[in-house]
Design a protein around this ligand. Structure first.
Ligand code: LAN
Length: 723
């Protein structure tokens, strides 16, 4: 990697001209996002910057302003007028999907070890992003943007800066290095950090808990066979176990040698690597090792010393084949940003730097690189396209905005996008890659990425039904047959106890969590039932069955009954539901109360609903809003945010509306608060981070501050009128 031509002094500098950045949408595949930097004035004139570009770059938009809205519906209308300007020409709403701070280093290390490079403008913007996200207090980074500094975050992002060309004596590096040494240096990295540095040849594979590829050769009926692991974990472990089996490392070079000096508190050559396997900085420990993992680590370590070459060869062939199948199933997009970069390395190592698969991978890294107001980041996925569009579509139909003059074009555009996003085939490599059915499903991001997600299928189906069946002017693009296909997918995703998990059925036993070696994440070894997933699928089936009562009626009835039963068992004694993907109790409780309302349960007739509402109302802040911190997801207990948040407020209010909460006052106060935060152009400012995964890592859903506020402001007046 060449050094960046210019290294900014701090994140406040603008090393590129923001007026030259453009977001391209749909280039080569449905909903694809890529950012481009235009060099000449000529190009800029031919491809003018849009309000969408300006908004996401943090530049002031030039959209009309007006005096504050007088009524909630006016505020919703004004919000949507603004948000319509952010709709891409292909009909969806693009958006930033940042937050996690361990993804960009994977991009940079993966690119470095495969002898790749970034364009100069990308390089300086990646640097600017890291400068802007370093903790002002200690100069380190955490697992995500709002986290305290950790060893993992600091070592990984420090390394990324150095590989991007920032000199070791740069003040940002000097400060970060002090912090990372304070954490015990890179020796104490969590496993996922140990792996990345091993690939970079700045750690020794002997210091990692072994991940034998041979696991894949075990009989498939065994409870711990990796095909039964959570989809993200197994897809990360597949390429990693291949590379581990091969003990592959980048070739030493002066920068790697320098990093070996900078990242450790002792001399690199005298580190006792096997003793580091279980050495993890306490600041990083979210899920400490269990005794079982230690025992397993000792066994796999012993196995590594005496591997039988033909068995290892067979295991490597198999894991490589799974990498190829994953690449081909997803257009080299892969399930997520971690396995994407690891698969890219595997294809470099096996297929070679000039090979078509490797070059395809390099091209697809662009899909994850998002140019934000703070610099360039690596997204949590290749976008949250489907997820964002599904909510705003339901919001505009339920609030009546979709029927208002001037909104037809936006609505039809959105429907067209949803139509193109439904997957109509199963993956090319289906059973052999242990995939769940995709025919009929909607993904979280794009159909090219192509993974079924239970709640995305639910929300996608709801959005289509709302747009096609509840509006008279829309074309009927998604046939009844295709809606039935979506229902088939949903029905196939219910677990025997009535709940739904994220991508697949629960395949493995709970005790597998005891061998979770990723100390920074919780609940990553298997699928679990989630209230969010169970409720989105359930509400979708209810809405579908109202329109098409004859299709698989008996099975839908059974699904509903079992799902409701499961939801009741998942309610916490204080009346809430725990959210695993959004923050936190407000998020999941909103979904749960929506489901219960469709099953006829309301404040008036259901003790569980009453309990949930009373809990929510008890958390309303003096200003009328709700504010919940991401720390609730870490701890499993309600944690107040220092300030109320418009997104939490919208969720809590919608929850009360679904529950038919009988008192006006909490709803009126919440509406006032959200209205008071609306900007003169109709938008809302970005507040705290909205999402989470694996209990410990926050992730941003910046489009929620539009969809849920508009939804709540539009629904509240009708609800209040009826009280
Ligand atoms: C997502 C994003 C979307 C999310 C919802 C649809 C909101 C949820 O209801 C189901 C689970 C899902 C699909 C989900 C799972 C985990 C993801 C893919 C992410 C949070 C985005 C990033 C995260 C992924 C695991 C990040 C990479 C990190 C690893 C630990 C591999």
């Amino acid at each position: 990697m060449r050094p960046a031509s210019y290294i900014p002094q701090s994140g406040a500098e603008h090393p590129t001209d923001l007026a030259r950045w453009r977001l391209k949408v749909g280039d080569g595949s449905h909903g694809r996002h890529t950012w481009h930097y235009l060099r000449s004035d000529d190009e800029c004139a031919r491809w003018p910057q849009t309000e969408i570009d300006r908004y996401w770059l943090g530049l002031p938009t030039r959209l009309p302003e007006s005096p504050p809205a007088q009524t909630p519906l006016d505020a919703a209308r004004k919000g949507f007028s603004f948000y319509k300007h952010l709709q891409s020409p292909d009909g969806h709403w693009a958006g930033e999907y940042g937050g996690p701070m361990f993804l960009l280093p994977g991009l940079v290390i993966g690119t470095y070890v495969t002898a790749g490079d970034f364009k100069d403008e990308e390089k300086v913007e990646l640097i600017r992003y890291l400068f802007n996200t370093a903790s002002p207090a200690d100069g380190g980074w955490g697992l995500h943007v709002e986290h305290h500094s950790t060893c993992f975050g600091t070592v990984m992002n420090y390394t990324a800066l150095r590989l991007l060309g920032v000199p070791a004596e740069h003040p940002v590096c000097v400060k970060a290095r002090g912090t990372l040494h304070g954490f015990g240096g890179a020796a104490a990295l969590p496993q996922w950090g140990k792996w990345w540095l091993s690939l970079l040849n700045c750690y020794d594979w002997a210091g990692c808990i072994a991940i034998p590829a041979e696991l894949w050769l075990f009989p498939e009926w065994l409870p711990f066979h990796p095909w039964k692991w959570w989809i993200h974990t197994r897809n990360v472990y597949i390429p990693m176990s291949y590379l581990f089996a091969r003990k592959w490392q980048a070739e030493e070079d002066p920068l790697i040698l320098a990093l070996r000096q900078e990242l450790y508190t002792t001399d690199y050559d005298v580190i006792d690597w096997p003793a580091q396997q279980f050495n993890v900085a306490s600041v990083d420990l979210y899920y400490p090792h269990t005794k079982l993992l230690h025992a397993l680590g000792a066994i796999t370590h012993a196995w590594e010393q005496c591997v039988i070459p033909p068995v290892r060869r067979r295991a490597m062939e198999y894991t490589y084949q799974l990498v190829v199948q994953e690449d081909e199933n997803t257009g080299y997009q892969d399930l997520g940003p971690v396995n994407k970069m690891l698969n890219q390395i595997v294809r470099y190592v096996v297929d070679g730097p000039g090979s078509k698969p490797f070059l395809q991978h390099v091209e697809k890294t662009r899909d994850f690189m998002w140019m934000s107001g703070r610099g360039m980041l690596m997204g949590g996925t290749n976008g949250s396209q489907l997820w964002d569009i599904a909510f705003v579509c339901q919001a505009v139909v339920e609030t009546g905005l979709a029927r208002e003059e001037g909104n037809e074009k936006a609505v039809i555009g959105a429907l067209k996008w949803l139509d193109g996003a439904q997957m109509q085939r199963n993956p090319v490599h289906y059973r052999s890659a242990f995939r769940h059915q995709t025919k009929g499903a909607w993904p979280f991001s794009t159909p090219e990425q192509g993974y079924t997600v239970s709640d995305c299928t639910g929300e996608g189906l709801k959005a289509v039904i709302y747009l096609q069946n509840h509006l008279d002017y829309t074309p009927k693009l998604v046939s009844e047959r295709r809606m039935c296909d979506a229902v088939d997918v949903i029905l196939s995703l219910q677990n025997p106890d009535g709940g739904c998990a994220s991508y697949e059925l629960i395949r493995g036993p709970r005790w597998l969590e005891w061998i979770n070696p990723a100390e920074v994440f919780g609940n990553i070894m298997i699928e679990y039932n989630y209230p969010e997933c169970t409720t989105s699928t359930l509400t979708a089936l209810c809405i579908f069955a109202n329109e098409y009562p004859d299709y698989r009626a008996q099975e839908i009835r059974q699904f509903k009954a079992k799902a409701i039963e499961w939801l009741h068992t998942a309610q916490h004694p204080d009346g809430t539901w725990f959210g695993s993907w959004g923050i936190c109790f407000t998020y999941a409780t909103m979904f749960a109360l929506e489901s219960l309302s469709l099953a006829g349960e309301s404040y008036a007739n259901s003790a569980p609903v009453r309990k949930a509402c009373d809990f929510l109302v008890s958390k309303q802040m003096p200003d009328g809003g709700w504010g919940e911190s991401y720390k609730a997801c870490e701890s499993g207990q309600w944690v107040d945010h220092a300030m109320s948040q418009v997104v939490n407020t919208a969720w809590a209010t919608l929850a009360l509306i679904y529950a038919k909460y009988p008192q006006r006052e909490p709803i009126e106060r919440a509406v006032k608060l959200v209205m008071s935060r609306q900007r003169p152009n109709g938008s809302w400012d970005q507040e705290a981070i909205e999402g989470v995964f694996n209990k410990n890592c926050a992730i941003a859903y910046p489009n929620f501050k539009f969809s849920f506020t508009i939804w709540m402001l539009g629904r509240a007046p009708t609800y209040l009128q009826g009280l």
